[in-house]
Design a protein around this ligand. Sequence first.
Ligand SMILES: [Zn+2]
Length: 252
Amino acid sequence: MEKSLWTSCLVVLLLSPTCLSITADYLITGPRDDKCAALGGICQNDNQYCTGSYFSNKCAGPVTTRCCTKNITIRDTKECKNVMIISRDSWGARRPVKVLPLKTPVGDFFLHHTDTKNCTTAKNCISIVKSIQQYHMNDKNWWDIAYSFLVGEDGHVYEGRGWKTVGSHTRGCNDKSLAASMIGNFNDVLPNAAALSSVKRLISCGVEIGRLSPNYSLFGHRDVRDTDCPGNALYKNMSSWTHFHIHGPGCP
Ligand SMILES: [Zn+2]
């Protein structure tokens, strides 16, 4: 076919409304969504559940359209030197409904347990962390996973709302404290050595980076609410930790 004929055919095709919209769509979304496809992911609204990890800048459209992969890629928030905090995007956290900034440093640190199965591998811990976020957002109707951090017996800390956001972990104290939840039920047994050492390092890091006051006080959830949390065994153990109850909680 002659070159001019090709051109006129192409012009006719492009002028059809369907064709034009497909072409425009491709020009806008094609190349950028390909970056997500290359990671084996799909572009979706990041308020949705994701089986793997979330990545930014791999999808067309608004910043809330992000790449959700099938597999997990573990990334450290790099906020703390001696403990790895696995970032929200790594574990595929959904975007919070709303975020309230936390005024730091806070004076209180609360310990919880998740009262779920425990986990000794990142894969299992991430699956529990995802299901807790689903439960807190879908069933409890909270803006996000409740805790500032979660700690697994794989020795990793999992970023919840993090250092800078008000949580919904300890009613009455949320805007004055940070909280970590140990993954498992610790009424009869203690978290293993890896988890205990990670949570202690997390708390020290909070002081080092100025999010937790150097004269902070450590509490268990049961100190302010009628609950077993963080479990009998863990509560007994933490009562020998430095900073335990060094001053009363400034909340009901
Ligand atoms: Zn609790």
